[in-house]
Design a protein around this ligand. Structure first.
Ligand SMILES: *[C@@H]1O[C@H](CO)[C@@H](O)[C@H](O)[C@H]1NC(C)=O
Ligand SMILES: *[C@@H]1O[C@H](CO)[C@@H](O)[C@H](O)[C@H]1NC(C)=O
Ligand SMILES: *[C@@H]1O[C@H](CO)[C@@H](O)[C@H](O)[C@H]1NC(C)=O
Length: 287
């Protein structure tokens, strides 16, 4: 019995050592290592998240650009939150990783290195998700459809002004436009360098539907294309009958209909006369 208890305690100690990483942290065994440390970044608003909610301990975030000193955000030191906004700490083209340290709330004099979990690397310029752009559809003086795209605003500021994605990516920003005839499924793709696109070879009297996404060719894989906008459709041109078919065709159709009506009337009249003659002949034979 007793040896079993001893063995279990020993196993428990070994387990604690494994979980906490270093024997020095045994006495603060309640510290839990952060799990699910991940970056989420949308239009350059960048937040590090993790779990679980801490009980009787705190988390501190240390981020570092590969090969540089560690940095901290004052809001994410000995905090009981499970997220840290690093939007204003990261340089655009830096490649970062972050450590989430579990620390006792009082002080860490009694152990050497707090348990921590390291995030994957993250680069704002290459990894932030570009949100769906808004756009307007116009028809210019030559009756061509023009798309005017609004560059999405980012969470970044410069000189008291919000930067949009054109300010950030400059010539690296393109837009990809998917379009199709209303009611048809065959989509076409057009990529443009500017925040504007003119369509010169569309059928004038057709309605077309468009969706737009930011496109950054210098990125890798599926990070190249941002979120797709909701589709917008150009109005269908409503022509009058005469515009659509021409006066001659409509006149011709009217003539044909008229001739048909006359023929039917003539036929009915002839038939009636014949029927009447037949009945009167029948009466004569009976009499
Ligand atoms: C980590 O993520 C997994 C799966 O996404 C989830 O089941 C688990 O609850 C998460 N853990 C924490 C501590 O948030
Ligand atoms: C947290 O600390 C309080 C007060 O010291 C204690 O009563 C409680 O049991 C602790 N909770 C855990 C999960 O250790
Ligand atoms: C972004 O990704 C591209 C393609 O993988 C790479 O060449 C470039 O160095 C990356 N930029 C940064 C700032 O890491």
């Amino acid at each position: 019995m007793e040896s079993k208890t001893v063995m279990f305690s020993a196993l428990f100690l070994v387990w604690l050592t494994l979980v906490n990483g270093s024997p020095a942290s045994l006495e603060v065994g309640k510290l839990t290592k952060a799990t699910n440390v991940s970056w989420s970044s949308y239009n350059f608003k960048t937040i590090l998240t993790w779990g679980p909610k801490p009980v009787n301990y705190t988390y501190t975030v240390e981020f570092s650009r590969v090969g540089r000193d560690k940095g901290r955000n004052p809001h994410c030191i000995r905090s009981s939150e499970t997220e840290c906004d690093l939007t204003n700490e990261l340089e655009l083209k830096g490649v970062y990783s972050a450590d989430v340290l579990s620390e006792s709330p009082l002080g860490s004099s009694d152990y050497v290195e707090p348990p921590y979990t390291r995030s994957k690397t993250f680069c704002p310029y290459n990894d932030t998700i570009i949100g769906r752009p808004e756009f307007k559809l116009k028809v210019n003086e030559n009756k061509k459809i023009v798309l005017i795209i609004q560059d999405p605003i980012t969470a970044l500021h410069k000189d008291g002004r919000s930067l949009n994605i054109r300010d950030v990516f400059k010539k690296n920003l393109k837009y990809t436009i998917a379009y199709n005839k209303a009611g048809s499924t065959g989509k076409k793709i057009l990529t443009v360098d500017e925040s504007k696109a003119e369509f010169n070879s569309l059928d004038e009297d057709q309605s077309y539907c468009f969706s737009v996404a930011a496109y950054i060719p210098s990125r890798k894989g599926d990070k190249r294309v941002g979120e797709w906008s909701l589709p917008k459709c150009s109005p269908q041109e409503h022509k009058t009958l005469i515009e659509e078919y021409g006066l001659a065709v409509i006149g011709g159709a009217a003539l044909i209909i008229l001739a048909f009506v006359i023929a039917v009337i003539v036929l009915i009249v002839v038939c009636c006369k014949q029927a009447r003659r037949q009945t009167s002949m029948a009466k004569e034979t009976v009499v």
